[in-house]
Ligand binder design. Structure first.
Ligand SMILES: Cc1cc2nc3c(=O)[nH]c(=O)nc-3n(C[C@H](O)[C@H](O)[C@H](O)COP(=O)(O)OP(=O)(O)OC[C@H]3O[C@@H](n4cnc5c(N)ncnc54)[C@H](O)[C@@H]3O)c2cc1C
Length: 387
């Protein structure tokens, strides 16, 4: 390393980091050496994935290609996954991505940093899942990583053409609902007859984290589409059967698992201050409360001063202040606080063409809400696409 050059390591290419890269593309300080560690050549925009399932978008429509963005930022891309952080030695441990390396590429065991920013999102931890729902890791179509889910979806369509399928979505948050509505619409519009759809809520109401009025809208939509709602828990999955907490079993060809996410297990042992749920605790500057040289944003982080839900909207909002604070750290300037909004606009798509909108206690629905979401989502991806 040349004297005076500082090493910034960006872990993951989530919503906030694509913004950091675009800022660096506009103006990267000459004394900043930037590396991006992330496993895929694109960032899949999860907000558009239900539209992909519904057949409205192609897989490419939902992706931000990373190589051109990283190149424009004057950064290096290391195609690998982080498996641990040694904050005392300021190094990040890596593991290779299967089949991604040519023979002459040598992946170092770890990468050094002077300051680090983490935006790797949250995960569905396969070990925890297996303990809570034995068989789920083997038999369910799991929504995370979203790239793996998207790669499997076309096979479901092929099966659906061959015979009537029973599809169950486990998890009744916004993501699970959107995927269920999208899958129903796709199979119906493909002329598939006899498919049946079930929502397994985990015990509560669908969209339990939203106002009662929005829940009522969701229930009406589910009823109209003849989707069965089971207010039950999934306690395990065998081939062809979802086992329920009530003791019964649901015959099911395609169990789609869209339960809440977990913090990545590799954060344990890093020395970083973590929340009770294992997420990186950050302050008003998106800076680790224990390590000033580490920043985090998006679903991997937990704001201690202003806790907020984990969603793409909050991850996107954290991008500009994170970029400001990484650049300020590099130049020794004071950091600026980030104030996440109290309420955000939530748009739950009910298949392509219709969405339910909510903002705080207000809610409404219609084709206009879906067109609004379509415009926002396409706009986000277009903003970070480079020729
Ligand atoms: C079907 C679905 C629909 C959704 N729709 C919406 C919506 O409409 N609006 C909304 O606000 N939220 C939505 N969400 C939630 C949203 O997806 C997440 O809140 C959002 O993706 C979090 O963004 P992030 O930047 O933290 O992480 P992510 O978007 O998950 O990005 C993480 C990045 O880190 C990389 N990475 C992962 N692990 C590692 C590792 N070990 N090492 C290095 N890199 C790694 C990934 O490849 C990726 O590039 C939806 C979720 C789902 C499942």
């Amino acid at each position: 390393m040349h004297h005076g050059i500082k090493k910034l390591l960006l872990l993951g290419a989530g919503h906030a980091h694509v913004h950091v890269l675009s800022r660096l593309a506009q103006n990267r300080p000459a004394d900043l050496d930037v590396t991006v560690l992330t496993p895929y050549p694109h960032q899949t925009y999860s907000g558009m994935t239900p539209g992909f399932v519904a057949g409205h978008y192609s897989e490419q429509d939902c992706q931000i290609p990373l190589e051109p963005l990283i190149k424009a930022a004057g950064a290096k891309w290391v195609r690998a996954r982080c498996t641990g952080i040694d904050t005392a030695g300021r190094r990040v441990r890596l593991s290779p991505v299967a089949q991604s390396r040519s023979q002459d590429e040598i992946l170092p065991p770890d990468l050094p940093y002077q300051f680090l920013s983490i935006d790797t999102g949250a995960v569905i931890d396969r070990q925890r899942l297996e303990a809570e729902m034995p068989g789920a890791a083997a038999h369910a179509l799991i929504v995370r990583p979203i790239e793996v889910f998207a790669a499997h979806w076309p096979r479901v369509l092929e099966q659906a053409q061959a015979r009537a399928l029973s599809v169950a979505v486990i998890g009744a948050g916004a993501g699970g609902l959107e995927l269920l509505f999208a899958a129903e619409q796709r199979l119906r519009s493909a002329g598939v007859h006899g498919a049946c759809f079930t929502l397994i809520t985990g015990g509560g109401e669908p969209a339990a984290n939203y106002p009662a009025g929005l829940q009522a809208r969701v229930l009406r939509r589910l009823r109209r589409l003849n989707i069965t709602v089971l207010r039950d828990t999934c306690v395990g999955i065998d081939q062809g059967v979802v086992r329920l907490g009530s003791g019964t079993g649901l015959a099911c060809d395609i169990p789609i698992l869209a339960i809440g996410t977990h913090a990545p297990a590799w954060l344990q042992g890093s020395g970083l201050a973590l929340s009770e749920s294992g997420h990186v605790q950050v302050n008003q500057f998106q800076q680790s409360t224990s390590h000033p040289d580490v920043f985090a944003a998006g679903d991997v982080s937990a704001r201690v001063d202003q806790p907020h839900p984990r969603s793409g909207v909050y991850a996107v909002r954290a991008g500009p202040p994170l970029a400001d604070n990484l650049l300020a750290t590099n130049s020794g300037q004071p950091l600026k606080p980030h104030h996440p909004p109290k309420n955000t606009l939530n748009l739950i798509s009910c298949g392509a063409g219709h969405a339910i909108a909510s903002w705080g206690p207000l809610h409404a629905e219609g084709g206009w809400a879906w067109r609004w979401k379509d415009r926002i989502d396409r706009g986000f991806v277009a903003k970070y696409r480079r020729p």
